[in-house]
Write a protein that binds this ligand. Structure first.
Ligand SMILES: [Ca+2]
Ligand SMILES: [Ca+2]
Length: 180
């Protein structure tokens, strides 16, 4: 009987481990493209995390929590519009002193397909975000449950309203914002 329960337990642990296992997607360039050229840009990593498919050199994300990390330091100058996040993800930079993202438009717009999803950003400097007449110079938060920023420096981002701007979501509540 013990063996039977032990096997059930092991099977359950293996199943759950497989089910909740987070995918780590590694950005290996400070370039910004959405082109099949063998690298994994942040823009491609975000698409891989949003859509749970492989994108160029980026591993496919999954439908639970994806983690995007970086194997490079330096300055990432955005080549096009803001990065749009639609599924729960943690983006972990190498530190605010080691990675700077320079926006042309805003930098991030978080608009989850599922409103209970969270967004976490760690260890990066966001600068130059300027979405013109839109709001949220560096980050605009639409549908998201909790948005957490840890060791994120916001430098010289401008907008009509707010460097980080929370919008009323479809549930008519503002996303929770945690800055540490
Ligand atoms: Ca590419
Ligand atoms: Ca995903």
């Amino acid at each position: 009987m013990f063996k039977y329960y032990a096997m059930i337990l092991i099977a359950s642990v293996l199943f759950n481990a497989g089910f909740i296992e987070a995918t780590v997607i590694v950005v290996n360039t400070t370039g910004d493209d959405l082109t099949v050229n063998g690298n994994c840009t942040l823009r491609e990593a975000i698409q891989a995390a949003n859509q749970n498919v492989q994108v160029d050199g980026c591993t496919a994300g999954n439908s639970s929590l994806d983690t995007i990390m970086f194997s490079v330091n330096g300055t990432l100058t955005m080549g096009s519009n803001r990065f749009i996040i639609t599924e729960q993800v943690t983006i972990g930079g190498p530190g605010a002193d080691n990675l700077t993202i320079v926006g042309t438009d805003g930098v991030f717009a978080v608009n989850m397909a599922v409103e209970t999803h969270d967004f976490e950003l760690i260890g990066v400097t966001l600068t130059g975000g300027d979405p013109g007449n839109s709001n949220g110079g560096a980050v605009a938060l639409f549908n998201v449950d909790v948005a957490t920023f840890t060791n994120v420096d916001f430098v010289e981002n401008t907008a009509a309203d707010g460097g980080v701007k929370r919008f009323i979501s479809t549930a008519q509540s503002r996303p929770s914002l945690v800055l540490t």
